[in-house]
Design a protein around this ligand. Structure first.
Ligand code: BGP
Length: 473
C-alpha cells in the first residue's frame, strides 16, 4: 500500500522538444532555435523547428493521455512564445497554454507547469548575455508573474527551473549547449544568478498567494565511491558537495554548503555574493524538490583516474563533449561501476540509485519529492503492423517504480512520478534516435513524415500501473 491515493502518475516533456511552430503566431526565437540551426551543434543537425508538432497536435496527444488514464502531465512554457523578446506579452502565445491547460484539466490530467526548460529568448542573450547578467532576475520574475496571473488558478504544481546544473554545465563547461563555452568561473557566476532568479520566482509565488506548490527540478544522481579506499570516499564526497549540494542546499535551505564553497575557493573559484543575495536565497526555498533521475555516478581518487571509462557507442548516436581539463578534476574523477549495465547511450542503469536518491534528499532536507523525470532512452522499432515491443522500457520503469515503493516504505514523501516522456520527442543532442516515450512518433532526423502516433507496449503497461495505483507492475 505504498502509493497514497492521490499519487501523481505522470509523464514529462519540454516545449522546445515537442512544440515545433518555432516562429508561428508571434513567437520569438530562443537560444535553442539559434543554436540548433548552426551546423555541427546537434546530432545530424536536427532542430526543434517542427519537433513532434505538439503546437498543432496537442489535442490528439492529450486524448491519448486520457485514454491511458495519465493523471499528471509536466510540460514547459516557451518563454519566447509568450514574450517574444523576453518582455513584451504575446497574447497568442499566452492563449496557446490556456488551451493546453484547459484540455488537460478536461481530460482529468493534472497540469505540472515548468517555467523554464532551457529555451531562453534570444533577445535577452543578445542584450545582456542571458544567465550571466543580474538583469535576468527582474525579467525572469516578470515572466513568472505573467504565468502566475494567467494560469495560477488552474495549475497547482509549478517547476521553476529545469535542471539548472545541466543547462549551465553543458552551456558553460562542456560546450554542448548555448552559449557553448568552457569557463568554470562563468559557470559558477551564471549559476549564482540563476539561483537568485529561482528564489525570486518562488518568493513571488508566495507573495502573490498562489495556491499550490513550487520547486525547481534538479538533475540528481547519487554519488558512489569506486571502492572502500578512504581516498575514493573523499573523492565521492567532494563530488557530492560540488555537483549536488551546491544546488540542492540553495534550493531547500537557502544557503550554499560550507564545504562545497570552500572546495571551490581552494580552486580559485568564487561565488559573487552581493548585498541582499543571502536574504533572497533564504526567502525563496522550495516546497518540494523536483528530482530528475536517470543514473548514479561513481567516483575515484583523482590520482587513480582511469583512462578507460566505458565509452559505449554514444559518440556515434550523439554529440559528445571534447572538453578535457576542468578545475574540479583535482577533486574527483569519474569511474565505471562494475555492478551496473549501461544503456545504448552509456548511462548507468541503476534503479536502486533512485531509492538512494530519495533517501539522501529526505535525510538532508526533509522535503517532499516530486520525481519530475525518469526514463530509458533507447532505439525503438516500429513493426509493419504499427506496434513497438519495448519490453526493455517496461522492465526499466518497473524496477524504478519498485525502487520508489521501497523508498516510500523507508519513509520518503514522494508526491508523484513523471516518466520522461509521454510521446517520443526531440532529444537535444541525439535527434530522434534516442526515444523515451510511451507513444511512438513516426519521424526521423531526415524526414518529418506525417508525425503519426503509435501506442507502444509500454503504453498499455503504464495504463495498468496507473489504474492499479502501482500494484500491478
Ligand atoms: C534531461 C532533460 C530533458 C531530456 C532528458 C533526456 O536532462 O531535462 O529535457 O532531454 O534529460 O536527455 P537526453 O534527451 O539527452 O537523453
Amino acid at each position: 500500500m505504498a502509493f497514497q491515493d492521490n499519487f501523481l502518475w505522470g509523464s514529462a516533456s519540454a516545449a522546445y522538444q515537442i512544440e515545433g511552430g518555432a516562429s508561428l503566431d508571434g513567437k520569438g526565437p530562443s537560444i535553442w532555435d539559434t543554436y540548433s540551426r548552426i551546423p555541427g551543434n546537434t546530432f545530424k543537425n536536427t532542430t526543434g523547428e517542427v519537433a513532434i508538432d505538439f503546437y498543432h497536435k496537442f489535442e490528439e496527444d492529450i486524448e491519448l493521455m486520457k485514454e491511458m488514464g495519465l493523471n499528471a502531465y509536466r510540460f514547459s512554457v516557451s518563454w519566447p512564445r509568450v514574450m517574444a523578446d523576453g518582455r513584451t506579452v504575446n497574447p497568442k502565445g499566452v492563449e496557446f497554454y490556456h488551451k493546453v491547460i484547459d484540455k488537460l484539466i478536461e481530460a482529468g490530467v493534472e497540469p505540472i507547469l515548468t517555467v523554464y526548460h532551457w529555451d531562453l529568448p534570444q533577445a535577452l542573450q543578445d542584450e545582456y548575455a542571458g544567465w550571466e547578467s543580474r538583469e535576468i532576475i527582474k525579467d525572469f520574475t516578470a515572466f513568472c508573474e505573467l504565468l502566475y496571473k494567467e494560469y495560477g488558478n488552474k495549475v497547482k504544481y509549478w517547476v521553476t527551473l529545469n535542471e539548472q546544473n545541466i543547462f549551465t554545465g553543458l552551456g558553460y563547461v562542456q560546450k554542448l549547449h548555448p552559449p557553448k563555452v568552457s569557463d568554470y568561473q562563468r559557470f559558477i557566476n551564471a549559476n549564482h544568478i540563476a539561483s537568485l532568479a529561482n528564489a525570486s520566482a518562488i518568493k513571488l509565488f508566495r507573495d502573490m498567494g498562489i495556491e499550490g506548490q513550487v520547486g525547481p527540478s534538479f538533475a540528481y544522481g547519487p554519488t558512489y565511491a569506486k571502492s572502500e579506499k578512504p581516498e575514493d570516499v573523499i573523492a565521492m564526497e567532494n563530488a557530492q558537495e560540488v555537483e549536488n549540494f551546491l544546488w540542492m542546499d540553495v534550493y531547500a535551505k537557502g544557503e550554499y554548503p560550507r564545504i562545497g564553497l570552500k572546495l571551490l575557493e581552494n580552486l580559485g573559484i568564487h561565488v559573487d555574493f552581493q548585498p541582499g543575495d543571502k536574504a533572497l536565497l533564504k526567502a525563496g526555498v522550495c516546497d518540494f524538490m523536483g528530482l530528475n533521475y536517470y543514473q548514479s555516478a561513481t567516483f575515484i581518487d583523482p590520482q587513480q583516474k582511469q583512462d578507460n571509462v566505458q565509452a559505449g557507442n554514444a559518440a556515434q548516436v550523439s554529440v559528445v563533449s571534447e572538453v578535457k581539463d576542468i578545475p574540479t578534476d583535482k577533486l574527483y574523477a569519474r569511474a565505471d561501476n562494475d555492478y551496473l549495465k549501461m544503456t545504448d547511450w552509456n548511462w548507468a542503469i541503476d534503479p536502486n540509485g533512485l531509492r538512494v536518491s530519495l533517501r539522501r534528499i529526505t535525510s538532508r532536507y526533509g522535503v517532499p519529492i516530486l520525481i519530475s523525470e525518469n526514463g530509458l532512452g533507447a532505439f525503438d522499432t516500429l513493426t509493419e503492423d504499427g506496434k513497438v515491443h519495448d519490453d526493455y522500457r517496461i522492465n526499466f520503469l518497473k524496477q524504478h517504480v519498485e525502487a520508489i515503493e521501497a523508498a516510500i516504505d523507508d519513509g520518503c514523501e514522494v508526491l508523484g512520478y513523471c516518466t520522461w516522456s509521454f510521446q517520443d520527442l526531440f532529444s537535444w543532442l541525439n535527434g530522434y534516435a534516442k526515444r523515451y516515450g510511451f507513444v511512438y512518433v513516426d519521424r526521423d532526423e531526415e524526414n518529418e513524415k506525417e508525425l503519426k502516433r503509435y501506442k507502444k507496449d509500454s503504453f498499455y503497461w503504464y495504463q495498468k500501473v496507473i489504474e492499479s495505483n502501482g500494484k500491478e507492475l
